[in-house]
Structure formats: structure tokens, C-alpha cells
Design a protein around this ligand. Structure first.
Ligand code: NDP
Length: 393
């Protein structure tokens, strides 16, 4: 059917490459490009099908344009870092190729999560007759599709939304993050925002927590309220939502380490002078922490990520939960990655597949909940992320 260019050969890029390779009828040719060629070659060597590998600096638009013109993909999947979103979108515009990512653009010098910059590309993508699909990971991504599915099949109106991300896995290390440490710590240490009665309300990071019992004996975990980017697009596109919150589980041990690192200034993104050089403490911390890709063989346990929706159906109140449970060890056996990379990489592949098969069409910039959830939900069941739903009330 066509060609896919994957940019970024980290934990998520590895899963995307494996999963695209499993669907040769859609992804006939695959190119994996990243800053470090050896990382692409290492991933390609794990896969039986031939994968073209390239070195590219995704901060550099002319380099990206040259690669795209040479390989001629139908779609580009951006699983580099959020800092590269705009340059890759610029290159897609210049070459007329569809774009998919899993995280919204962030400027390097400010931990600010918002879609403003990417939504500003709306007219240019529309005019070019191409699609940018934003946030096709798990959260954002599947959580947006879960909410759209709930609205389509279970509610007349959704009034409250709780997105709950539990990682019940354990890697046995003293402290490590499950995906890029710099991006992860920027997200967790940012001010919390949740949507209530028509506006976002700010509260200090990690100041609100509660217990959540996962289904299917995954266990009971402390979950903490955070700001997460899908809240912004979901309340825009589903305006009946009066309250929307995002929750994530953390262990006591993780929080203890994070508190100390924060207290000594190691999570700061403000440059400091060190022996005559400017260094950014969080970037230095990233260099010390384990590479998330190395957690694959160590992590045991399950993730449980889903959405609790409250609203009305046929004039009656209704409460509903839709979720996926994913096993770290099963992911590693299949694609040599833990479940955090797996749950992000599979939806990125499915997003690209929706565009290539024409199941999702549109010129412009789109968030996932704007598309028909049905073909995506069906594909999740086929490609490794089966979901279940429970009518709670
Ligand atoms: P990693 O740090 O493991 O991988 C990022 C990759 O991007 C690395 O291989 C890196 O190359 C490459 N890269 C960075 N800068 C450039 C550049 N300028 N040019 C080319 N390549 C570059 O991160 P993850 O795989 O864990 O995460 C990838 C993305 O997925 C992130 O944007 C993250 O926010 C997102 N994500 C989304 C989730 C969701 O559910 N929606 C969940 C988890 C992650 P090198 O190693 O050579 O430096």
C-alpha cells in the first residue's frame, strides 16, 4: 500500500518499527531515521523484514526535507522528542506528506504543554491537502479515542472524565523513568491543571491523590492528579465535559527520589554555570539515569490505562469505564520493549495505518477524538492492545 518514515529510534521508535513491520500489506517499505544511526541499525537488526536506516537531525528542516524527498513516504511518524514536532511538521508541509506524532510540541526552555503551536498549522495543512494527526500514543492517543468511543456508543453527553494511568510494573532499579527522563520529569514537576466549570484550575504538582483499584487483579495504587495535554483538546472538542482530570500512579520510592532531586535543583531546566560551562541540570540528570530502553528485560507487572466517564444516556445518569491492561513481560517477548513504549508505539502505528488505509481522512491538523473511533478501536484489539469496558452505574 505505501511507505512509512519513522523518525526517532528510542524506546517508542523501536516498537513502532516492529509493529509497522508486522503489517506489510499497509507498510510495504519502512525507513527508520534518527540522530544516532547505530540505534536505527540495532532496531533494524531485530526485525526480519529489511528496514532502511538513515541518520537525520530532526531539528534541521532541510535535512528532513532531503530525506523525505529521497524516500518518498506516504506518512511520517514522529517519535523523536516533542522539541522536534514543529520542524518535522514544516518538512511535511514542504513535501506534502501526512504527519503523525505522540506528544505535543514543547519549547526546550519552558515546560509548557499546550497545542497552541501545532494548532496554528491548521490552515497550512488544510491548504496543502495533508493531515497532521496529533497525539497518537496511549495518553494522549488511545485515551482520546476511548472518550470518543464512550460518547459515540454509551452517552448522549459526557459531563465528567477521569483519565487514569496506572503502571503496576516494577523494574527493580532504585530510580528510573519509563520513557525519556527529561520529558517525563518536566511533565510530572509542572503545575497541575484540571478542567472545571469552563476553565483550567491550577494546583501545586502532586498535591491531590487517591487510591484506585484496577480491574482484573492488577492491584490498588495511589494515583496523583497531573496536567496532561489531552485534557486541552478533549474539553475543546467535547464541550459538554464540565470536569476533566488526569491521574497517574507513582510508587512511594519514585516520589521520594523525585522530591530529593527537586529539592537539590536537579530537575530544573534553568541553565547553571558549572566549571565555566552552562549546563541544564535536568539534561545532566538524564545522562545519569538508566536509558528507558534498557528497562525492557527488567520490568515485570502490568499497566492499566483507561477512562472513567460520567454523564447521561436517555435522560438517565450513567457511569462507564473503558481500559486496556498490558503486561510488561509479554511486550518484551514480542518487541524487546517494556509496556510504556509498547502502549505508545502500537497506537502510533495504528494512527499511521488509519491514514494510509483512508479510514481516517481530513486536510488540516486533528486530535484523535475528532476522528471516528470505531476503526481505531477495532485495530487496537488486533494489534496487541485489547480493551474492555464496564458499565459502573
Ligand atoms: P527516547 O529518548 O527513548 O527516544 C527519542 C529518540 O529521538 C532518540 O532515539 C533520539 O536520538 C531521537 N532524537 C532526539 N532528538 C533528535 C533529533 N534532533 N533528530 C533526530 N532524532 C532525535 O524517547 P521515547 O522513545 O521514550 O519517547 C519518544 C516520544 O514518545 C517522546 O516524544 C515522548 O514524549 C512520546 N511519548 C508519548 C507517550 C504517549 O502515550 N502519548 C508515552 C511515552 C512517550 P538519540 O538517541 O540518538 O539521541
Amino acid at each position: 500500500m505505501g511507505k512509512v518514515l519513522i523518525i526517532g529510534a528510542g524506546g517508542v521508535g523501536q516498537v513502532v518499527a516492529h509493529k509497522c513491520a508486522q503489517v506489510p500489506e499497509v507498510f510495504e517499505e519502512i525507513c527508520l531515521a534518527s540522530r544516532t544511526l547505530s540505534k536505527c541499525e540495532n532496531i533494524a537488526s531485530q526485525i526480519k523484514r529489511p528496514i532502511r536506516t538513515e541518520r537525520v537531525d530532526a531539528d534541521n528542516v532541510p535535512e528532513l526535507v532531503a530525506l523525505i524527498k529521497d524516500f518518498k513516504p506516504d506518512v511520517v511518524i514522529n517519535v523523536a522528542l516533542p522539541y522536534q514536532d514543529l520542524t518535522i511538521m514544516d518538512a511535511c508541509l514542504e513535501t506534502g506528506v501526512h504527519y503523525v506524532d505522540t506528544a505535543n510540541y514543547e519549547p526546550r526552555d519552558e515546560a509548557k504543554f499546550c497545542y497552541k503551536w501545532q494548532w496554528e498549522y491548521q490552515d497550512r495543512f488544510k491548504k496543502a491537502g495533508i493531515m497532521a494527526l496529533l497525539g497518537s500514543g496511549f495518553d494522549p492517543g488511545v485515551t482520546n479515542v476511548f472518550t470518543a468511543h464512550a460518547l459515540k456508543h454509551h452517552f448522549d453527553e459526557i459531563h465528567e472524565l477521569d483519565i487514569i494511568d496506572v503502571n503496576g510494573g516494577n523494574h527493580g532499579l532504585k530510580f528510573a523513568t519509563n520513557f525519556n527522563p527529561e520529558i517525563n520529569i518536566r511533565e510530572i514537576t509542572a503545575e497541575c491543571k484540571h478542567w472545571e466549570d469552563g476553565k483550567f484550575i491550577e494546583t501545586p504538582p502532586m498535591s491531590m491523590s487517591k487510591k484506585f483499584e484496577c480491574p482484573e487483579n492488577v492491584g490498588t495504587y495511589n494515583i496523583y492528579r497531573l496536567y496532561h495535554e489531552e485534557l486541552e483538546s478533549l474539553v475543546k472538542h467535547i464541550p459538554t465535559i464540565k470536569k476533566a482530570q488526569f491521574w497517574m500512579s507513582f510508587s512511594e520510592n519514585y516520589l521520594k527520589h523525585l522530591e530529593v532531586l527537586q529539592n537539590v535543583g536537579m530537575t530544573s531546566i534553568e541553565p547553571v554555570k558549572f566549571q565555566g560551562m552552562d549546563i541544564i541540570p535536568l539534561e545532566f540528570l538524564k545522562a545519569l539515569l538508566p536509558d528507558p530502553a534498557s528497562l525492557g528485560p527488567l520490568t515485570k507487572g502490568k499497566t492499566c490505562i483507561g477512562c472513567v466517564c460520567k454523564g447521561v444516556k436517555d435522560g438517565k445518569p450513567k457511569e462507564y469505564y473503558v481500559y486496556n491492561i498490558c503486561d510488561h513481560e509479554e511486550c518484551y517477548a514480542e518487541v524487546k520493549s517494556q509496556a510504556i513504549s509498547y502502549t505508545t508505539g502500537v497506537p502510533a502505528m495504528i494512527g499511521a495505518m488509519m491514514i494510509m488505509t483512508g479510514k481516517w481522512k481530513g486536510d488540516g491538523v486533528f486530535n484523535m477524538e475528532q476522528m471516528d473511533p470505531d476503526p481505531f478501536m477495532a485495530a487496537l484489539n488486533v494489534h496487541g492492545l485489547p480493551w474492555k469496558e464496564i458499565i459502573l452505574k
